[in-house]
Design a protein around this ligand. Structure first.
Ligand code: SF4
Length: 373
């Protein structure tokens, strides 16, 4: 079972971001207390099962002080049983990663780092309003490997208007020059109401071109393949056997508990999500209330979720699993899949349907064709 903890603070707002975070970091102490309280209220959610993975995400978990992280850590160990060898990941931004901090993480028991690099190029970082410089990325990564982290993921963004295809290739080269074993890469997307959308509308920034993102995604798939890496989820690549266990559990429909504002949980039958507002979250927990909503998943939703997540991974969608939702779903899936297979966007082997590299470009469209509405 997995435990996710959402740390909803960031130093500054990246222009493209639509995650839940606040730059009002003065509430860190109160937030940590609220998360600790929530943990107490939700301790039975996973039915007493051992934790196989713990994931500190955000926001920016590396913004927490040692004292705050220790408070959450000790409560986890007081309330849950953490399996020996559990994967324990912390998301960090390069500008937070001093050698002292990294040594603290190592002592504490964090064994996997996910570093929000996004780009090694200053023009890209400036456009996205990232808080770090390329030099800080290199210093942080050098320090992480020197301290002895062996499980390191980098996040990169492609399709940035300030990077040509050859500059993106150089960016990938630079990432793979470090002894990382995992890479998450996302296309720069312009979400409504973000600063990026505003600046593009005003003509301050050039538009984000879909064709560029599409070309650079192809470059990435070819590059990772040539290096012998597995493309195991639409946006995730790893050395064989180094897939992220925590995230894979989401895609495989396993149970997890999410703590903190905006965090989601899944118990196998229902989804639950916390309010995405720091003040509302902290106020509710200070009076012992869980600020969450819950939805019980009917069969149709379970089928749709299975198709949507399965298609995004190398494990694909298994017709035998689909039959468990009902034979009518299996019939529908096979019928709709025919044209997608004929277009070369998907392949079928022994009842398992997987997207091809070409199909990954159209994953959302394909999923919507295979979903029952
Ligand atoms: S650091 Fe991450 S969560 Fe925070 S604003 Fe930037 S992209 Fe969003």
């Amino acid at each position: 079972m997995g435990l996710y903890i959402h740390i909803p603070f960031c130093k500054q707002a990246c222009h493209y971001c639509n995650f839940h975070f606040s730059t009002a970091t003065k509430y860190r102490e109160e937030m940590v207390a609220a998360i600790v309280r929530e943990m107490g209220l939700q301790r039975d959610y996973l039915g007493g099962a051992d934790l196989e993975t713990i994931y500190f995400g955000g926001g920016t978990p590396s913004i927490l002080s040692e004292k705050h992280l220790e408070a959450i850590w000790s409560e986890i160990h007081r309330l849950f049983s953490v399996r020996t060898g559990a994967e324990i990941t912390l998301e960090a931004n390069p500008d937070d990663l001093s050698k002292d901090k990294l040594e603290f993480y190592k002592r504490l028991g964090i064994n996997r780092l996910s570093v929000g690099v996004q780009s090694f190029r200053s023009a890209d970082l400036r456009l996205m309003n990232r808080a770090h410089t390329p030099e800080e990325v290199v210093l942080a990564l050098d320090a992480a490997f020197e301290v002895g982290f062996e499980e390191v993921n980098l996040d990169l963004i492609y399709g940035i208007p300030t990077s040509t295809d050859s500059e993106w290739a150089a960016n990938m080269e630079q990432a793979f020059a470090f002894p990382i074993n995992h890479l998450s890469a996302y296309a720069l997307t312009v979400e409504p109401k973000t600063a990026l959308a505003h600046f593009i509308r005003k003509g301050k920034y050039p538009p984000v071109e879909e064709a560029q993102a599409s070309r650079q995604y192809d470059q990435l798939m070819d590059f990772a393949k040539a290096k012998g890496w597995e493309h195991y989820e639409i946006s995730n690549f790893a050395l064989p056997g180094k897939e992220a266990i925590h995230n894979t559990a989401y895609w495989q429909g396993k149970k997890y508990l999410g703590l903190g504002p905006s965090a989601h949980s899944f118990d196998g039958l229902s989804r639950q999500w916390n309010v995405a507002n720091n003040q509302t979250y902290m106020r509710a927990l200070s009076s012992g209330q869980l600020p969450a909503e819950r939805e019980i998943l009917d069969v149709q939703t379970q089928y749709n979720e299975y198709v949507m997540t399965g298609l995004r991974t190398k494990w694909g969608c298994n017709l035998n699993r689909i039959k468990q939702f009902g034979l009518s779903y299996a019939r529908f899936f096979r019928k709709e899949a025919t044209a997608i297979l004929a277009e070369g966007l998907m392949i079928e082997e022994q009842g398992v349907y997987r997207l091809t590299p070409k199909g990954y470009h159209f994953a959302d469209r394909i999923a919507s064709e295979l979903m029952v509405v």
